[in-house]
Ligand binder design. Structure first.
Ligand SMILES: [Zn+2]
Length: 225
């Protein structure tokens, strides 16, 4: 699948990894590998069947890829698909590990972000050794939510994640990361709203759409061992 344009944050490059946030694409597989092509380079990316859970998978440990966060300890290419939800891509600065998180409102409430940081910790990867890029998603000006959802967010997050009926997903991601021990200056946010920008797929704008962004990360060089 040919990718025309991606956003690739410098912060991740400094950790020796490469992260890309694509524009809208059709025909992405529900899970498993997808062969992407970027600037003439083939990039095989493993994806999950995403179920709005707090399930974190390590691709070296399992071949069953249902869940909402994927870790590769060896730096192989992994990705998550989004259309309004928040894609969170990260890399360790002291090991080859990379990770990709699909964080919608359900996943945030189920604590997918702390679950991912804790799984990394169990594998010896400290949160203060992470760099993280938060990709295009629906902005708070275009994301009204119902009373039940508001109530659930108020239980977990500080007040400023809600402004009236409008939910600020990236603010929730920020709180989760910082409270998990990630350094504030190690997080970068891509300031693009999927609802506003027609180059992105948006559930809220398009209804049930088969279009998605793919957000992926890995390390280019093969492992020498
Ligand atoms: Zn917006």
């Amino acid at each position: 699948m040919e990718l025309k344009r991606t956003i690739s944050p410098d912060l991740i490059k400094k950790a020796g990894a490469e992260a890309h946030f694509s524009e809208r694409l059709s025909s992405l597989p529900e899970r498993g590998p997808v062969k992407l092509c970027l600037n003439g380079r083939d990039i095989p990316v493993v994806t999950l069947r995403q179920v709005h859970s707090s399930t974190v998978r390590i691709i070296e440990h399992t071949r069953v890829y249902d869940g909402d966060a994927l870790i590769s300890l060896s730096g192989s290419w992994i990705g998550v698909k989004t259309a309004d939800c928040v894609p969170v891509l990260g890399a360790s600065v002291v090991s080859r590990a990379v990770f990709a998180i699909h964080a919608g409102w359900r996943g945030l409430i189920k604590r997918i972000i702390p679950a991912t940081v804790n799984t990394l910790k169990k594998h010896g990867i400290s949160p203060d050794a992470l760099v993280i890029a938060v990709g295009p998603h629906i902005c708070p000006r275009h994301y009204p939510v119902g009373d039940e959802v508001k109530k659930r967010f108020r239980k977990i997050y500080p007040e400023d994640v809600l402004h009236g009926d409008y939910l600020n997903l990236s603010r929730c991601v920020y709180y989760d990361l910082v409270e998990s021990g990630v350094r504030e200056d190690a997080i970068t946010f891509i300031d693009k709203c999927t609802f506003e920008c027609p180059e992105y797929a948006s559930h809220r704008r398009e209804g049930r759409t088969e279009f998605r962004q793919i957000n992926f990360i890995g390390r280019q060089e093969p492992v020498n061992d």
